[in-house]
Design a protein around this ligand. Structure first.
Ligand code: SF4
Length: 361
């Protein structure tokens, strides 16, 4: 299968005037130091030397760090000139960057166009003004709609990053942010559960007891709700989990397989809803001791096959303990002559198959 390769270039925002409660830019900057044009070139060269174009569909240079267009214009141009050089030479296919919604205007976008930038991701975090204010973002939701519209008008690929569990956040505000994101219509999205990093305002709030981080289960539930909304709208969710800056912090507070927890939960719910439709009153079928148990096929495409089992088989264990009278077999769509899209799950009833002693289950 053809894959995409990303060459990540971390550009910290020195002297960022904002005070996002979750951000520890001093720590990040201290570890990464000041990035020079030479560093950028070396990073690109190092990655290119290990990348074989044979099995790659695209190679992207991605400037991460949150606020690329907030750094001085001359520095943006110096970094972009290097990226463009590699793109013009056919060594990379796309230039990708992330920035804040309030660091977008026509002058900035004209410059990004001149340097052949392809993808702009906005660190939106939430579209709820209360959450934005409590998180110290320094802008409201209105600016997100304006900058996103401008980015689309220029023809860039638009990405939107949302966070789960910020101060003032709730399941409802998460759903609201996801629904508003669908209205904005980005091509790509990322979902990040909030991580409390030491030496941040959020860390202090946590110490004071004024902020309670989300428990993992609640983070999975909220992320799942947002994922469904974005996925149903055809938005490509390219990441679910920690931000690169969080990984630098050495403080991962959530499961490293967070995406699989979310996608596995979606698989479980969809499969269970079909079981309930296919086998209403399953237990009532077993009023005599010896009965034939129904055989059910759980089917997905190859990419989502592991989601049906869940992380470390948690879904398989869940179904076998909750539905002991159902014989479940897991299958890939192609084996059944089907073609299912990602995150689409199907249950097929094959009728009574096994004679069991119902006293023993
Ligand atoms: S997350 Fe907020 S405070 Fe941190 S660098 Fe980005 S804009 Fe600045």
């Amino acid at each position: 299968m053809k894959k995409h390769a990303i060459i990540p270039v971390f550009i910290s925002h020195r002297g960022c005037p904002n005070d996002c409660v979750f951000c520890n830019q001093k720590k990040i900057t201290a570890r990464s130091g000041d990035v020079t044009t030479e560093d950028v070139r070396n990073t690109i060269e190092e990655h290119l030397s290990t990348i074989s174009r044979m099995n790659l569909e695209t190679v992207e240079i991605a400037f991460f760090g949150g606020s690329f267009t907030g750094i001085p214009m001359e520095e943006q141009q110096a970094f972009l000139a290097i990226a463009k050089e590699y793109k013009d030479a056919g060594k990379v296919d796309a230039i990708h960057l992330s920035t804040r919604p309030d660091y977008i205007n026509r002058e900035i976008l004209d410059n990004l166009k001149a340097y052949s930038v392809d993808v702009i991701e906005l660190g939106v975090q939430s579209l709820d003004d209360k959450v934005l204010e409590l998180s110290g973002r320094g802008h409201n939701a209105a600016i997100v709609y304006e900058s996103a519209a401008l980015i689309k008008e220029y023809g860039f690929t638009l990405g939107i990053q949302l966070m789960i569990g910020l101060p003032g956040d709730s399941l409802e505000s998460c759903i609201f942010s996801a629904e508003e994101t669908v209205k904005i219509g980005p091509q790509i999205a990322r979902l990040y559960p909030t991580v409390v990093i030491e030496d941040t305002a959020l860390w202090q709030q946590y110490q004071d007891g004024t902020y309670t981080p989300l428990a993992e289960e609640e983070a999975v539930e909220r992320t799942k709700a947002m994922y469904r909304i974005l996925d149903d709208a055809g938005i490509n969710i390219i990441r679910v989990g920690l931000k690169s800056s969080d990984i630098i912090s050495d403080q991962p507070a959530f499961h490293p397989a967070f995406r699989q927890l979310v996608e596995g939960r979606i698989a479980r719910e969809d499969l269970e809803s079909q079981i309930n439709d296919l086998y209403p009153g399953l237990d009532d079928l077993f009023d005599d001791r010896w009965k034939f148990c129904p055989l059910a096929l759980f089917i997905s495409n190859e990419k989502c096959y592991n989601n049906m089992f869940g992380h470390k088989g948690c879904n398989r264990d869940y179904f076998s303990s909750k539905y002991p009278r159902l014989n479940i077999r897991y299958r890939k769509d192609t084996d059944q002559g089907l073609s299912l899209r990602d995150n689409e799950y199907k249950v097929i009833d094959l009728g009574p198959a096994y004679l069991v002693d119902t006293d023993k289950i």
